[in-house]
Design a protein around this ligand. Structure first.
Ligand code: BG6
Length: 496
């Protein structure tokens, strides 16, 4: 990987964009099962977008050639893509589906031809059902299949890129999937939770061992790097509340270190080990497991930064009228996450808007790990009015302007930041809000049979930022509108 280069990028994820779920040998995964059975779009923002299914989503499966053109026009250096395991191994852990590999090979080769570096993430919450019915991540056997999957992806796609990630947000996947039951596999079981946490950590080490082999075999370039992606929200003690550094340390142990230490330091935070012991949970972390982690540390950090979390101690009694909602409680840790009314800016889904914590977060990561950091996800969920000729998503631009101002400042400091990627390239299926929450720089008309693409104002704004290599983050609405009008005049049939 070039050390002098900063990556401006966009990111997205297979089950949220790809569609083609029943095609060419693919079989169901957790999110297919979940969206077909239990998933209901939360009833906010009444619209025509009443689709639950991810069978088509944004139809990237068929539309990637035009999507790559749109990405090239945008000028991004990279495209971060969370791959679909079930497409490549649809029946078990050993038999590769040639059509699955061929699909990703075509996507990656088009990206490279379009001057966009593909950056793959191997796993983002979507376990194949053939593995899930055997216990999924609670069953250690999954690791043998995962090893074969990693080896295949490095072998067949290694020539396209020197930046890889193993896992995306093991925290969201295991907390929501195994503890709160909100997302698939919908468990509320602390034993299942700790097992999944440990097996996912081991999967990172196993991927690294395969990565080293792939380098020896010449599939992956010698200087290629493999990272882990986590969504740590830096903690901020709620204003007016009594709390100290101990609470911050406890929050960080649970919300950052547990997800990064095993793969970056080869250790678990003591808080996690005490939790297993005190609750008599059914997990043994053996010396051999720790050795595997220590021998196969990952090379760098992916960081999904959307927001900080406001916290208080779990026992703090905050008057109801000071909070937007009652605090969310987790079965671990001494902290609780709150939504204070004294914070002025939230998204429509009550995600705090506070880009000023980006640099503080980078400082925290540097102090703890001192490794390169790639911001993999950063984006603004909103409800865009797609009925207008021009989609002027000014609130999204304001949010991204805040982030990119921080990025610009961070790059002048010794904070190891190597890239910034917007979530997402185009509108997608959102786990928390279906098709009712838009993140894209490019609009997708989900009600059109061709899932028609159209750039938003934020697309031309990001284009300007990239052209200036991050220097020009100003927002001149009039000029941007003019640029978008020009772009739409030439938005030919091959881009739609
Ligand atoms: C991240 C996930 O945590 O949040 C993405 O990795 C997700 O998959 C993103 O889309 C935004 O969440 P939501 O629920 O608003 O779409």
């Amino acid at each position: 990987m070039k050390k002098d280069k900063f990556y401006f990028s966009v990111s997205t994820n297979a089950f949220q964009i790809e569609g083609g779920r029943n095609l060419h040998g693919r079989t169901d995964s957790l999110w297919d099962w979940f969206t077909k059975t239990y998933y209901h779009i939360p009833p906010v923002n009444s619209t025509a977008r009443e689709i639950n299914s991810i069978v088509e989503a944004s139809d990237f499966y068929h539309k990637y050639p035009s999507d790559v053109k749109i990405l090239s026009k945008l000028g991004v250096d990279a495209f971060i893509y969370n791959l679909d395991w079930a497409r490549v191994f649809p029946t078990d852990g050993t038999k590769i589906n040639p059509m699955g590999i061929q699909f990703y090979d075509r996507v990656f080769s088009e990206l490279v031809a379009g001057n966009v570096k593909p950056i793959p993430i191997l796993f983002h919450w979507d376990t194949p059902m053939w593995a899930e019915i055997k216990g999924g991540w609670t069953n250690r056997e999954i690791l043998t299949s995962f090893k074969n999957y990693c080896a295949a992806m490095f072998k067949y796609l290694g020539k396209y890129t020197d930046i890889w990630f193993v896992n995306d947000e093991n925290k969201s996947f295991t907390v929501d999937g195994y503890l709160t039951g909100q997302f698939p596999p919908c468990f509320q079981d602390e034993n299942a939770f700790v097992k999944a946490v440990h097996h996912l950590a081991l999967s990172g080490a196993i991927a690294k061992a395969e990565f080293k082999k792939a380098k020896e075999l010449g599939y992956v370039s010698p200087d290629a790097i493999l990272g882990i992606d986590d969504d740590w929200s830096p903690p901020v003690i709620m204003a007016g509340v009594d709390a100290d550094q101990k609470l911050i340390d406890n929050y960080n142990a649970w919300m950052r270190d547990l997800w990064l230490d095993p793969n970056l330091k080869g250790t678990y935070p003591q808080e996690f080990l005490d939790y297993i012991k005190s609750k008599k949970l059914d997990l043994k972390i053996t010396p051999a497991d720790l050795k595997l982690l220590q021998d196969n540390k990952l090379d760098f950090i992916g960081w999904n930064f959307y927001r900080p979390y406001f916290i208080t101690s779990k026992t703090a009694l905050i008057p109801e009228d000071q909070l937007h909602r009652p605090p969310g409680k987790l079965p671990f840790g001494d902290f609780q996450i709150v939504l204070p009314k004294n914070h002025p800016h939230y998204t429509k889904w009550m995600w705090p808007i506070a880009p000023q914590y980006l640099q503080e977060g980078l400082q925290g990561l540097k102090a703890k790990y001192d490794l390169p950091v790639f911001i993999v996800e950063s984006g603004f969920g909103d409800f865009d009015d797609k009925s207008q000729e021009l989609i002027c998503d000014l609130d999204r631009i304001a949010y991204l302007q805040g982030m990119l101002t921080e990025v610009k400042a961070a790059r002048t400091k010794d904070l190891n930041l190597i890239g910034y990627s917007i979530w997402t390239y185009c509108d997608i299926f959102s786990p928390s809000a279906g098709y009712r929450k838009d993140y894209g720089l490019v609009s997708v008309d989900f009600n059109s049979p061709i899932k028609e693409r159209k750039p938003k104002l934020s697309y031309v704004w990001y284009q300007q930022v990239i052209e200036s290599r991050g220097e020009d983050v100003t927002v001149n609405e009039k000029l941007l509108v003019k640029k978008l009008q020009e772009l739409l005049k030439n938005w030919d049939i091959f881009l739609k």
